[in-house]
Design a binder for this molecule. Structure first.
Ligand code: UTP
Length: 295
């Protein structure tokens, strides 16, 4: 047992506009787009549940009911699958939310940025450390999922954890970038974090990906940041202040991340997951070999 408070709650901000996927995302949330046959948000929820999370909090926009519907039980569909003898599908639908996991939601009325979206969940989260997962960062890990790896780091140290990966130096202006220092325990602790620096001034090429374990105090800091800006509220700004009072480490996770917020990343993920899929691999390989043949 760890001496630190358990990480039981996870916030899933899903209220963004998803402009890079318009017109597909005009009425469908980006997080409901499927990779093979499962929506992005379901991969992220499964990763959180594997990490021991039992309370899922969606931050959603007033127009997007689809995500809440997806995680609600659908008795009619389930009984019709049973009646048709489709037991495998029945199981897959019935197990979308395991019995010990509860879901809740809060509305972000206006898309004022990721920091604001997280801040919207303050009442549901309370004071304890909690996880944040951005479902458009899809991470396939060879063994433990990315969030499980991060939760293990938290239980070992009590520090906050931010998922990072090495990115090309030319792309620092698309990420939050951290400067780290190795501690005596061999872990990388964050000294500074900056949002989208130009390559010439970036403190490193460690880019933040959409996985965080943060203290409940972050809500107070988000409130502070909120008071100081007019437009988008950046989570990075609150984390930068947080560094003064709470250690945060950078976890370079074991796994592959697909940036499914971009079309390129989304298509790569689709192909990669399809190639891993027993029922699809052969057909896909054959298709690439004879792409011009009618089938
Ligand atoms: P993105 O930066 O990818 O923005 O958000 P976006 O609006 O979803 O997509 P584009 O850039 O217009 O194509 C990262 C995550 O934060 C959530 C998004 O839903 C996504 O999961 N988010 C962003 C919110 O919940 N609210 C916001 O105000 C902004």
């Amino acid at each position: 047992m760890s001496e630190f408070p358990p990480i039981r709650k996870a916030v899933f901000p899903v209220a963004g506009l998803g402009t890079r996927f318009l017109p597909a995302t005009k009425s469908i949330p980006k997080e409901m787009l499927p990779i093979v046959d499962k929506p992005l948000i379901q991969y992220a929820v499964e990763e959180a549940v594997e990490a021991g999370i039992d309370t899922i909090i969606f931050v959603t926009s007033p127009k997007k009911r689809a995500i809440l519907d997806h995680f609600d039980s659908d008795v009619k569909l389930q009984s019709s699958l049973l009646a048709q003898g489709k037991h495998d599908l029945y199981e897959r639908i019935a197990e979308i939310v395991p019995a010990h996991v509860s879901t809740d939601y809060v509305i972000q009325k206006e898309a004022l940025g990721l920091g604001h979206a997280v801040w919207c969940a303050r009442q549901q989260v309370g004071d304890e450390p909690f996880a944040v997962l951005l479902a458009d960062d899809l991470i396939r890990a060879p063994q433990s999922g990315c969030m499980k790896q991060m939760v293990d780091e938290y239980y070992a140290t009590g520090a906050g954890v931010i998922g990072v990966q090495q990115i090309p130096a030319s792309m620092t202006d698309q990420y939050g970038i951290v400067a780290v220092e190795k501690n005596s325990d061999g872990r990388d602790y964050i000294r500074a974090i900056v949002e989208k620096p130009a390559p010439e001034v970036a403190p490193s090429n460690l880019g933040v990906v959409g996985r965080y374990i943060l203290p409940g105090e972050i809500f107070r800091l988000l409130e502070l940041v909120r008071a100081g800006v007019g437009g988008e509220i950046q989570l990075t700004d609150a984390i930068a202040i947080q560094l003064a009072t709470w250690p945060l480490m950078a976890h370079a996770f074991d796994g592959v991340r697909y940036d499914c917020g971009s079309r390129k990343g989304f298509i790569r993920a689709t192909l990669s997951y399809a190639l891993e899929h027993d029922e699809l691999r052969e057909d896909l390989l054959a298709f690439f070999k004879n792409a011009n043949e009618v089938n």
